[in-house]
Write a protein that binds this ligand. Structure first.
Ligand code: 5MY
Ligand code: ADP
Ligand code: MG
Ligand code: MG
Length: 310
């Protein structure tokens, strides 16, 4: 049996550590062991591998200490690399650098045009023109650290809308009409899977004439029927080419140096060969994937069979 320790918030334990997963993993010689957060990590183990989604300094210190004492334990993933996903600018830097262009599929992968606003109250609206940003925009908290606040997004229709934002550092990003469907590419080491979900509806030119200011919305991908693109839009949507999905998963995994993440991708409604990465999440909700037990166990088997080289 290989021992895989996990350190997760209680809510994440409830959703991710399903009995069916524990059972499937055990059948494949993987024992998933909950790390007791009330006891120092150094007093627990041994572990072949540790999975974690906790970001306190005390946890990072414990991991560091454990890793020094037990260099053969694989830490999935290094905290300093995970931290890059906690800022919505650094999160997307690997995408801008890769300039991925899959010639034979006629597809490109970019990020939307965007600018950082440190203080919306004193923001120089001239920067909107300077960066050629076109309304409508979507305002996202710069910090993406898993708190409820970090998912408090706003649609911004005009300059007054920018001024009305809470005075926290934000990213102002162009809203790209994409037919109300979002693609989520889940990556776990060399395993990957792309699924489609409902997203925000397109914003028509007519609507733009009537809506002013800014409109808050939160965790839109979790909204129910009728709030985003209809389920028929999702059913009808063509998946991105498999070669693009596999290339994006592979290159981002390499660039980010991470094993566990998902990528939110939209397809420009005006240009179907143009894909845009809008969000990358560390250790997302894998349990939403069909047969996630097998998907994740395959990853763990790779890790424990090839320590330190996945
Ligand atoms: O809880 P779930 O299953 O909805 O997973 C959340 C993810 O949903 P997804 O798998 O992309 O549909 C969710 O992804 P989105 O931000 O909705 O794209 C986040 O990864 C979220 O983590 P955090 O709040 O940013 O730390 C994830 O939340 P945690 O479970 O890690 O708290
Ligand atoms: N640039 C954009 N253009 C169009 N829709 C977007 C854009 N950015 C985000 N969205 C929509 O808003 C949702 C939430 O944005 P996202 O950046 O994924 O934040 P979160 O980290 O809270 O999931 C996305 O799932 C998508 O529906
Ligand atoms: Mg998202
Ligand atoms: Mg996110």
């Amino acid at each position: 049996m290989s021992r895989v320790g996990y350190a997760l918030e209680p809510k994440k334990v409830d959703t991710f550590i399903q009995p069916s997963f524990l059972h499937y993993a055990k059948q494949h010689s993987i024992d998933l062991i909950q790390i007791d957060l009330t006891i120092p990590l150094s007093q627990q183990g041994p572990f072949h591998c540790i999975l974690h989604k906790l970001h306190t300094q005390s946890w990072k210190n414990q991991l560091q200490e454990f890793s020094t004492k037990h260099p053969n334990t694989v830490i999935i993933d290094p905290p300093e690399l995970i931290d890059r996903l906690h800022n919505r600018i650094t999160m997307l830097e690997s995408v801008t650098q890769l300039q991925l262009s899959i010639q034979n599929e006629n597809a490109t992968v970019e990020i939307p045009n965007q600018v950082v606003v440190e203080e919306p109250i004193s923001f120089d609206l001239g920067s909107i023109e300077e960066h050629s940003l076109r309304f409508p925009l979507i305002a996202k908290p710069l910090e993406a650290n898993g708190t409820v606040d970090s998912h408090n997004l706003f649609l911004v229709f005009d300059r007054d809308g920018v001024k009305s934002l809470d005075n926290n550092p934000m990213v102002l990003q162009e809203f790209v009409n994409h037919g109300g469907v979002i693609f989520k590419i889940y990556v776990a080491g060399k395993q990957f899977k792309c699924v489609k979900r409902k997203s925000l509806n397109d914003i028509s030119q007519e609507k733009l004439k009537t809506i002013k200011g800014s409109v808050p919305f939160s965790q839109i991908s979790n909204l129910g029927e009728g709030d985003g693109g209809g389920s028929s839009a999702v059913d009808k949507a063509e998946m991105p080419p498999q070669s693009l999905v596999s290339e994006l998963a592979r290159v981002l995994r390499e660039r980010l140096g991470l094993n566990l993440f998902n990528v939110d991708v939209i397809r420009d409604g005006k240009n179907p060969g143009r894909y845009l990465v809008i969000d990358i999440n560390y250790f997302p909700g894998y349990a939403k994937l069909p047969s996630y037990e097998e998907f994740f166990t395959n990853f763990l088997m790779d890790v424990v069979q090839q320590p330190k080289s996945v």
